[in-house]
Write a new protein. Structure first.
Length: 232
């Protein structure tokens, strides 16, 4: 049953619940043995095993998808931007030699469409499985008046780990240079591809006039720039 107070404010809690119900199985499919509990808690519980590391250090990062969301919305294709969100964050900690532990997402929109939100989360979950990281939690915020439908925004948050003596950075805590990144990539058996569209989205592909009216002709698919399929 709808709460009229929420409904009067333009917030559809039933649609949010429907989106979570659709994505519940996908979220659970990302769980590793370190995950404690189930979907739906106010916080995610995670018990890491660092027994094989001499000096384990946690590495955290956050990122978004950027202007590629305009392409996703125009083409009504939302699972791929969820995958990009995860891969962006995994890439960010990879340059410090870190492997991912868990991921959290934040989705902000003016109107919750359960099909759209469910598709985004399913894309996030798929990329989490590909990278061996747990989707430990998330938040969907419906903010009418702040976002105009069908626009939405995404943010991701990741925590990984690395042995302090094995960080890819020349100075621990700093970003590795390209030779070091390539060495990390070889260690994990992946190919490093420089892809501006992966990191900067539609900003590189807009016409000089700045119009996105032509984007329906673009082929939109997830960029797996550095990491997809590596941490399995």
């Amino acid at each position: 049953m709808k709460d009229s107070r929420y409904a009067d404010a333009g917030v559809d809690i039933d649609a949010k619940a429907a989106a979570l119900a659709r994505a519940r199985t996908a979220i659970r499919s990302t769980f590793t043995p370190a995950v404690l509990g189930d979907v739906g808690g106010f916080g995610g519980l995670f018990r890491p095993d660092f027994s094989s590391y001499k000096e384990p250090v946690l590495v955290g990062s956050t990122d978004g998808v950027g202007t590629k969301l305009k392409i996703a919305i125009a083409m009504d294709r939302h699972d791929t931007c969820g995958g990009d969100l995860v891969n962006h964050c995994v890439d960010d900690i990879l340059v410090q030699g870190a492997r991912p532990l868990f991921f959290l997402d934040y989705i902000a929109t003016g109107k919750v469409e359960s099909g759209v939100i469910g598709s985004i989360i399913e894309g996030i979950a798929r990329a989490c499985r590909e990278n061996g990281t747990a989707l430990l939690g998330g938040e969907t915020a419906e903010m009418p008046g702040v976002y105009t439908p069908p626009d939405y925004d995404l943010a991701g948050f990741i925590v990984g780990y690395v042995d302090e003596g094995e960080s890819g950075a020349s100075q621990f805590g700093q970003v590795a240079d390209m030779p070091a990144i390539s060495a990390i990539a070889r260690k994990y058996g992946l190919l490093v591809i420089e892809d501006a569209a992966h990191a900067h989205g539609a900003s590189y592909n807009r016409r000089p006039a700045g119009s996105l009216g032509h984007i329906a002709s673009f082929s939109f698919q997830s960029s797996k720039n550095l990491t997809a399929g590596v941490f399995t």
